[in-house]
Every structure is written in C-alpha cells, then in structure tokens.
Design a protein around this ligand. Structure first.
Ligand code: ADP
Length: 429
C-alpha cells in the first residue's frame, strides 16, 4: 500500500514584503522521483522551492510525509529535507570537510560529538561529488564550481529522503553537470525525492522524470519532459521559438532555439512573400523573413526537409509531400494558387530532379516582376541540377528573364523593402 507522498502542497502562496509571488500552487511529489521546476527568469521558481523548504513562510497546505510541515521542529525538518542553495556566502574560512560535517549536526545535536559513521558519510559524499581531494582546503579558496559541489555534498551527507536543489549545476562545466545530474538521478533511483530548479531546459529534459513549468508564480504545465517541453508551451511561457527533436542516444526531448520575432515587425511591411525552396535550402530564409514580420509562406516541402520543420514550427503555410515522391497535380495546383496570391516570390536555389521539376516550371511562368532568386555566393546554378540538365536549363531561363539574383538574405531584404517603398509611393493597395 502506498503511503502519503513525501511532499504535498495545496494552494501554496508565498512572496516578499506582502507581495505574493507564487499563488495557488498545488502539487505533490512521489517517492523516488526527480522533478525539475522550470520557467522564465523571475517566474517564481526559487520562491516556490524556498516555500517548500520552509525558508520562506507560506500559506496553504504543505505536508511532508502526510504531516503538516509546521508541526516539524527544526531538527526534525533537517532529517527530512535537504536544501542546496544556488550559492551561499562564505563568511568564515571553514574547510570543505567542516562545512560538510555541519550537515550531520541535525542528527547528533550541536554539541554532541560526531561518530565515525558521520565522518564516513561525509567522506562518501565528498567522493561522490568528486571533491574528496579538496576536503582540507578552505572554502574561500574554491572556484564557483567546486563550491557548488560542496553545497551538494553537504546535502548528500545530510542523508534526507527529500532534497531540494536550486539550479544545482549552474556553475559547473559540462562534464561536472553530467556527473552531478547522473548522481542525482541515482539518488532518485534509490528512493529519494528530488526537486530541482532548472534554468537549462535541455539539462532538465535529459535528467528529470517530470517537469513543472511555471509562469507568474503559477503552474502552467506539469508532466513528462516530452509533454511539457512543446514548442507551443515554450513560446507561450518563454516567448522563444524552438524546434524539438530527440536525443539520439536517450530519445529524450531536445530544444533548439529558432530566435525571437522582432517586436515591431508586424507593422513594417505587409507584403506576402512565398519562399520556394527544398532540401533544407530555405529554412534560414523562412526564419529570417518571418522574424522581420513578413507574411511568409512556403512552397512544396518534403517532410524530411529542414525547411519543412521550420515552416511547421513557425506555423508558416506550406504544402507537404512525401520525400522522393513525384509531386501530385493537386499539390502543384495549390502551389500555383499560392504563387498567384503572393506579392513576392523568392526562389531559393535548391536541388531539382525530375520529381520536383514541375515546381521550377511553375515558377518560370511567374515572370520576372515579382520574382527574386536566392543563389548563395559561390554556388553555380548547375550544381542544383539532378535532372540531367533539364533543371539547369529551367533555372537558366528564369535567370535570363531578368529577375534579381541575391546572394544574401540582407540583399533579399533590401529588394523587398525597395518594392514596398515603391508601392507606397505609387499608392498601390
Ligand atoms: P526565478 O527563480 O524564477 O528566477 P524568483 O523566485 O527568484 O524567480 O523571483 C520571483 C520574483 O520575486 C522576482 O520578481 C524577484 O524580483 C522577486 N524576489 C525574489 N527574491 C526576493 C526578495 N528577497 N525580496 C523581494 N523580492 C524578491
């Protein structure tokens, strides 16, 4: 039979100077789990952790093992709950070992001698966090990363069933981040309940069982990393555009940033720009124009292309097709309609075989007035031909018709802006 959860909070509220920072937070944490609290800067992650640890007074229900936290004496709390702060002032020149040994006094009482077992546990904690060789060093002579590992070792030596960690790896290099978080995972595996605040969403995703995403002091998503770290949630809560993919070894979610849309972008220009690309050639350009506020659409994109992923994530209209398939009449008709409805068309040079040659032919029919060609510097149009010369011939016809050929995204932008200014001068709608 399952007992009560090690930590249970209902309607928790806490803050500073009479101002509530976290509000109506209800969540419980099961034994043997590692939960990450994530959210933008200032959203209340640390405040929530401090409220759970009782460092900060809170209203609402807070129970440890089914017992109200206010019923615990300080000594009892020290045996149940360990806390790893982001940093701590090093007011005295204690040695590393002295700091770690302090964690044992909650069990022995302040003036009782420590036992060989207490020393053994502290030595073990130092070894597990990789700082055994520093045990006699003054804490003032440690780097930020070494000090952070001392704070973690102290919580390990405290040997509590619940450990709260505030950005436990923020000062650590990559190898030590991985080492400490693997250790934390093992602790959860052996039955501890770990709750950690994370700044780095990818690290949280790789190591946590569950994520709580908070915004403005409230939980807005709760579940597995894959469930919580969706592009939609990250956009809503962080205002950042990301794509998600899977870690090749673990299968866990990875976020890759796409950038942020310019704040003033919508009003600058209202041209509809259709980017015709393929094989990943247009992904960067789609992002670039989107971020500058153009109403962008994409052409026919195979579902394995990276331009497809960009269009999908940014919710740019596109026509999906199966990779390596012949383009259907239906898709081609749709593309022709998009071409007809767009103010400007940018043909991003991309590999063309017999399968997608009809796309190039449809673009050729556009005429030079609305068409721009993006041919990156140093590339020869013939290098995109995979149709035994047929694609190179159509590309050449398009170039010969006199459309501007741009090497960079900036020059595309200049052309689009000039066109917009011309339209404004002439009073075009
Ligand atoms: P996060 O950990 O998500 O970055 P915090 O919980 O540290 O956010 O802070 C949430 C809000 O509470 C912020 O607006 C911050 O300025 C405020 N805050 C944090 N600590 C204090 C404090 N000691 N006194 C007053 N306001 C604070």
């Amino acid at each position: 039979m399952n007992g009560p959860d090690p930590v249970n909070a209902e309607n928790l509220a806490a803050g500073y100077n009479g101002e509530e920072i976290i509000r109506s937070v209800s969540c419980s944490f099961e034994k043997g789990t590692f939960t990450g609290i994530i959210g933008p800067n200032g959203s209340g992650k640390t405040t929530l952790l401090r409220a759970i640890s009782r460092i900060l007074p809170a209203t609402g229900i807070l129970e440890l093992d089914g017992r109200p936290v206010c019923d615990y004496t300080t000594a009892e709390l020290g045996m149940v709950l360990g806390f790893v702060p982001q940093d701590e002032e090093r007011s005295f020149a204690y040695t590393v070992m002295q700091v770690v040994l302090m964690s044992r006094y909650s069990r022995t009482g302040r003036f009782s001698p420590l036992s060989p077992d207490d020393y053994a546990r502290c030595n073990d904690a130092l070894e597990r966090t990789g700082i055994g060789r520093l045990k006699d060093r003054s804490i003032r002579a440690l780097s930020g990363g070494e000090w952070q590992r001392v704070l973690i070792a102290r919580a390990l030596a405290q040997d509590t069933p619940v450990i709260l960690m505030d950005e436990p790896t923020s000062h650590l290099d990559l190898a030590h981040q991985a080492g400490i978080l693997s250790l934390v995972r093992d602790l959860a595996g052996s039955g501890r309940t770990i709750i950690g605040v994370f700044h780095d969403l990818n690290l949280a995703s790789q190591y946590c069982d569950r994520l709580l995403m908070i915004r403005d002091g409230k939980i807005v998503a709760d579940g597995s990393p894959a469930k919580v770290l969706t592009p939609e949630n990250v956009w809503d809560v962080y205002g950042a555009e990301v794509v998600t993919t899977s870690h090749p070894a673990t299968g866990r979610t990875i976020l890759l940033p796409l950038g942020t849309r310019h704040a003033d972008s919508h009003t600058k220009d209202n041209q509809n720009v259709l980017v015709i690309s393929g094989g990943g050639s247009g992904g960067e350009l789609l992002r670039f124009l989107y971020r500058r506020g153009y109403s962008v659409s994409a052409g026919i994109l195979a579902t394995t292309d990276s331009d497809y992923t960009v269009a999908k994530v940014l919710k740019i209209p596109y026509i999906p097709v199966m990779p390596f398939s012949q383009i259907s009449d239906h898709a081609l008709e749709k593309l022709k309609r998009m071409i007809a409805q767009s103010d400007r068309i940018v043909l991003s040079a991309h590999p063309v075989g017999t399968g997608n040659l009809p796309v190039l032919e449809a673009v050729r029919g556009t005429g030079p007035g609305r068409l721009l060609i993006h041919l990156p510097e140093g590339r020869d149009i013939a290098s995109y031909d995979f149709a035994k010369g047929a694609a190179a011939a159509v590309y050449q016809q398009i170039l010969d018709a006199g459309s501007p050929c741009c090497e960079t995204h900036d020059s595309i932008l200049r052309h689009l802006e000039q066109e917009s200014q011309r339209k404004n001068r002439e009073g075009d709608p």
